[in-house]
Each structure stands twice: as structure tokens, then as C-alpha cells.
Design a protein around this ligand. Structure first.
Ligand SMILES: *Cc1c(COP(=O)(O)O)cnc(C)c1O
Length: 389
């Protein structure tokens, strides 16, 4: 690399550090879970997406090991050449049933699912109407499409209606939203969105990555929670959060849409198959979720306990029912200092500040798991309180 290139890359890195937005990584020396080791030291973990505690569940680990013996390590192929096994088809069928959609197509990740769909489905004569706080993968996916783009304020139904009116006359109209917004834990108003979609002849797509597996009576996600199952045209989601936490994503939608994606979606056509261990682990995760509501109930109880205890201690939380629980701070430095002090007390949690969240809205985002014990949660609250003295 020539010297000037090295210098301007270094300058960019310095800029990131100076802006206070440099991200560093902790080296975890254990399996994922509510108790982890970081460089050999024990922490209670409050910042993973391991909502149901399945990331290192013994039955899932066993299913993955068995799959390794029966289906091998890797496919060395994309799906349509020689990379489709019986278990890939089984997982697609079971996800369709679980989500109550006609068909499902697996992707290497949800980032790829969102990266692949808009270019295929939405052309120049079409319109995409997107919530302003949608996930980065939706934003990037939309960039790859030639459709007209409209954006509405976060969860703002009346702004959405204005955008729908502006998009009238386009061939296809697609409203796209996260089911849950990950910085706030807020849930998209899907009933109102579906009503508007029907009124204006639009399709609805929901990325349910932070909900699939645990929101709604059967855990199938925000459409179930909001009472709109069967009215959402397209669901995307990840296998990398509640559903075992390994990797992989999917689109679950009308049969014709899934058929078209299998022919045209570039991250599907040109990237490797999801590995057998992950497919079998995901099948086991779905089985555990279908088998009972215990994990979901425990998750809800844990989240409620944390909220109640923190409010009683005088902390400011963003209201809600999701296991993403933002603890708000007056300043960016308060949030950062508190996270550091929690860390010193054996609690692993992360502070987010501008530009990840709006200026003046700095927070520590706590993520509750069904695997947390009451003692874990009380220790966390005690540690928060101790940081104030
Ligand atoms: C985590 C997340 C993704 C990315 O999922 P991967 O499978 O890890 O690529 C996409 N969308 C949303 C809303 C997410 O929260």
C-alpha cells in the first residue's frame, strides 16, 4: 500500500477515535450465556440477543453434533447447484408453519435476506416506504433497488399515510418496518400499518429479528402480538438471535414471492448454503419453542422484574414490554461512566450514545434473557444503584 493511502486510512481511524465512536471488542473465553468469562473473568451478561437462552442449550448443541455426523460440516455450494439438503427444506417448511406464511427461503443471514429482496421485488415503477429507524440491512437493501423511495418518521402513522398518498400511482407499493426497534425496544404499530396498507393497496414487510421466537402468544413474533397474522405479506428474520443465535436468516412470504427470490435474489444465488449444524440447531430451537411457553413466560417475568426494580430505584427507563430495556442518562458521559462501573462490578452491559441514538438520549441498553435468574437481575439492579454512590 502506498504511504498516502496508509496515512489517510490512519487519519480516518483517528477521526473515529476523536469522535468517541470507536468500537472495541471484548474477548469472551466461554460459551455465550448469561454467565460469561471475559479474558477469564466472570460476568453476568446483559447485552446479548440470547432472549430465550438457547445459544448454548444442551439439546441444540446435541442436535448440531448429530447433524455434523449425519450431514457433514459444510456444503461447499450454493443452494441451487448442490447445496440443498433435506434439512434445509424441512427448516423452510417448519418456519412457514411457525410464522403462518405460505413459503420460506433461507439466506446466509437476515442482512442478506434484506439485502436481496428489494432489488428483486421492487423496480423503477414501484415505491418503497420505509420507517426512518429501520435496520441498516433494510437501508442497504433499498439502495440496491431502483424503486422510488419514501421515508416516514419512526412509527408515525399519519406521516406514513402522507407517504402512501405521495406514492399513489406506482405499480407496487411496499411498506417496510422493523417489528421491534432495537435501540428503544418499541414495537411497530402493525395493526394500523396493515389497515393503511389495505386502504392504499400496499404490501407490508416486517423484519422481525428482535421478536421471532418470543413475542406473541406462540412466540411467532410481532404480527401475532399485534393480531395481524396473515395480513403481513413478507417477513424477514434472523436465526442469529432468539432462535439459537448461530447465524442465518430467512424471508417468509407468499409462495410467488419466495419462488421469485429463489430465481433472482443475489445473496441467495451467489453465497454458500447455511451449514447443516446451524440448520439442525435451528430446527431444534423451533421444536423447543413450539413445545411450550415456559421460556417465553420466564422472559416476560424477568423483564418485568427488572423494570419494576429499576423504577423503584428511581431510574428512568423507556416504557414497554420488550426485553430490550433502555436505562436513560442525562449525559453521554454519565452513560459511559455507568457502563464502566457496572463492568467493574461484574455486569456486562453497553452504553449507546450519539450518533447511534439521538443527542441527549444516551442510554445503557439492557437485554434480558429467559436464562437470567432472579439473583442475576437483582445483582444488576444493585450494581446500577451502587454506581450512584
Ligand atoms: C440483527 C438484525 C438483522 C441482522 O441479522 P443477521 O442474521 O445477523 O444478519 C437484521 N435486521 C434486524 C432488524 C436485526 O435486528
Amino acid at each position: 500500500m502506498i504511504e498516502s493511502t496508509r496515512e489517510n486510512i490512519l487519519a480516518e481511524l483517528e477521526g473515529i477515535r476523536d469522535a468517541g465512536t470507536r468500537k472495541s471488542e471484548f474477548s469472551i473465553t466461554s460459551a455465550q450465556g448469561t454467565s460469561i468469562l471475559i479474558d477469564g473473568k466472570a460476568f453476568i451478561n446483559f447485552c446479548s440477543n440470547n432472549y430465550l437462552g438457547l445459544s448454548n442449550h444442551p439439546e441444540i448443541v446435541a442436535a448440531a453434533k448429530q447433524s455434523l455426523d449425519e450431514h457433514g460440516y459444510g456444503l461447499s455450494s450454493v443452494r441451487f447447484i448442490c447445496g440443498t439438503q433435506d434439512i434445509h427444506l424441512q427448516l423452510e417448511r417448519e418456519l412457514s408453519q411457525f410464522l403462518q406464511q405460505e413459503a420460506t427461503i433461507l439466506f446466509p443471514s437476515c442482512f442478506d435476506a434484506n439485502g436481496g429482496i428489494f432489488e428483486v421485488l421492487m423496480k423503477e415503477e414501484d415505491a418503497i416506504i420505509s420507517d426512518e429507524l429501520n435496520h441498516a440491512s433494510i437501508i442497504d437493501g433499498i439502495r440496491l433497488s431502483k424503486a422510488k423511495r419514501f421515508r416516514y418518521r419512526n412509527r408515525d402513522i399519519s406521516d406514513l399515510e402522507d407517504q402512501l398518498i405521495a406514492a399513489q400511482g406506482c405499480r407496487r407499493i411496499l411498506i417496510v418496518t422493523d417489528g421491534v426497534f432495537s435501540m428503544d425496544g418499541y414495537i411497530a404499530p402493525l395493526a394500523e400499518i396493515c389497515d393503511l396498507a389495505e386502504k392504499y393497496g400496499a404490501m407490508v414487510m416486517v423484519d422481525d429479528s428482535h421478536a421471532v421466537g418470543f413475542l406473541g402468544k406462540n412466540g411467532s413474533g410481532t404480527p401475532e402480538l399485534c393480531g395481524v397474522q396473515g395480513r403481513v405479506d413478507i417477513l424477514s428474520g434472523t436465526l442469529g438471535k432468539a432462535l439459537g443465535g448461530a447465524s442465518g436468516g430467512y424471508i417468509s412470504a407468499h409462495q410467488e414471492i419466495v419462488d421469485l427470490l429463489r430465481q433472482r435474489a443475489r445473496p441467495y444465488l451467489f453465497s454458500n448454503s447455511v451449514p447443516p449444524t446451524v440448520v439442525s440447531g435451528s430446527l431444534k430451537a423451533l421444536e423447543l419453542i413450539r413445545a411450550g411457553s415456559m421460556m417465553r413466560q420466564q422472559l416476560q417475568l424477568n423483564a418485568q422484574l427488572f423494570r419494576d426494580l429499576m423504577v423503584a430505584e428511581g431510574f428512568t427507563l423507556l416504557a414497554g414490554e420488550h426485553p430490550i430495556i433502555p436505562v436513560m442518562f442525562a449525559s453521554e458521559t454519565d452513560a459511559t461512566n455507568c457502563a464502566q462501573e457496572l463492568h467493574d462490578r461484574g455486569i456486562h452491559a453497553v452504553a449507546f450514545s450519539y450518533p447511534v441514538v439521538p443527542l441527549g438520549k444516551a442510554r445503557i441498553r439492557i437485554q434480558i434473557s429467559a436464562q437470567h435468574t432472579e439473583s442475576d437481575i437483582r445483582k444488576c439492579v444493585t450494581a446500577f444503584s451502587a454506581t450512584r454512590h
